[in-house]
Design a protein around this ligand. Sequence first.
Ligand code: NPW
Ligand code: K
Length: 495
Amino acid sequence: MRSAYGVETVRAAERELMARLPDGALMQRAAAGLAAVCAQLLRGGGPGRRPARRKVAGARVGVLVGGGDNGGDALYAGARLARRGAGVYAVLMDAGRAHGGGLAALLAAGGRVVERLPERLDLVLDGLLGIGGRGGLRPAAAALAAQADTARAAGALVVAVDLPSGVDADTGEVAGAVVGADVTVTFGAYKPGLLISPGATYAGTVRLVDIGLALPARPEVSALQDADVAGLLPVPGAESDKYRRGVVGVLAGSGQYPGAAVLAVAGALRGGAGAVRYVGPADQAVLARFPETLIGTGRVQAWVAGPGLGDGRLAEVERLLASDVPLLVDADGLRGLSPEALRRRTAPTLLTPHAGEAAALLGVDRASVEAQRLRRARELAERYGATVLLKGSTTVVCDPAGQVRVNPTGTPWLATAGSGDVLSGLAGSLLAAGLDPLDAASAAAYLHGRAAHHAAADAPVTAQQVAEALPAAWRTTSEASGAGGRARRVGVSGT
Ligand SMILES: NC(=O)C1=CN([C@@H]2O[C@H](COP(=O)(O)OP(=O)(O)OC[C@H]3O[C@@H](n4cnc5c(N)ncnc54)[C@H](OP(=O)(O)O)[C@@H]3O)[C@@H](O)[C@H]2O)[C@@H](O)CC1
Ligand SMILES: [K+]
């Protein structure tokens, strides 16, 4: 699991640790880790944007230095690289405020202060601002961010110190100019802004340097990895039958959108429930494609309601809202949903909106959801008293208690018609198999992204192909974690 902590938590942990260490020790730990990653990149061990130099000596390194400790880290790391023979050129955002010790170390190691970044750099360190940055970059910082972009376009690797300057550490929000990094070297803990777009997009590959912080057990945001997901996936035991494995009901499709029913069932069949029950007018289309589907109402352990329903069947969604069965509501089912109806529910509810649907539920515009994914997902979960999976560039899952997971496996190829229907079927199936909404939603998003990678292989992909690749995604996730066959046993009670 990748665990991310917000600025206040990191600062508190830093204070606690600094009180027990000699002055400056933490910054030296950070700078040493940063310089080690830079040396590795210069030797060719990273995302290769230009031919590897194979050595640090003779490399040309630019350093953008802000007025706080982020600039201090960058200066000390620059000094370490200069001592190893690199030519290091520092541009100070505000000469009067650059970290004194760091600047002295850089100059003593043979580094130079220059007015602007020189040409033909191999690597640029972005030490403009870290967790002390607030709001959009001011003009002087924005001008230096633009210099980083120019150097990057000319082939330099850009390494962000702690986080790309211009990214909000707590939310991933970006207001205006920002540094686009190839690699971010972050200290002590991942920050939420490094895992959530748009921030995650600017961070590139994130490397964590341990500086010895003691952090709370519960992270503010986490991103599941293979082993976590493998541990959640339901595996039938010898005593399982289809009912014990859980039955998922799918209320989807309409005369206008029969395909949504087929795709939701396609996802549900690959999600670990023992059987899928379909209710709606697209039964012939569903049966033609999946003869194993049960048709018509009957007992289920979870419902998926909404994909392709049109607006004629909202009364059926309302009936499910009044039931005591776990319920996933997606797409058309989300229209006109009332917070009161959800809050009255005794069983868990999972909402799976995309940005436009989330915007409608919150009464805000879509752009504000895209720009503030974490904030908006939290708001939705709180207001509706439900777990929310907000689909998009970074899928964010948030439960009413404020636990947040972000999905690391997404791909832009998933922005294709019907892929959300597959996801809701899959997540509903995991709910029926007994996972709680937070786990069902985050495991489903993970597998769904993985499946898209399998199916797309860097080319356009259809929702049906994503559904068909789900078993391969399931297998690779289990195998990569070494948990093949050892995941949790399912047996749903009360069937
Ligand atoms: N604490 C520790 O133990 C350790 C901390 N470490 C490192 O310290 C970093 C945090 O350092 P920090 O607190 O000094 O803040 P930092 O990120 O340098 O930014 C402050 C500067 O930015 C400026 N500024 C702010 N907003 C701005 C904007 N929008 N546009 C432009 N400028 C803006 C602000 O100016 P001011 O608002 O004061 O005028 C001030 O000059 C952390 O990320 C990590 O790298 C590591 O060494 C490990 C040990
Ligand atoms: K930075």
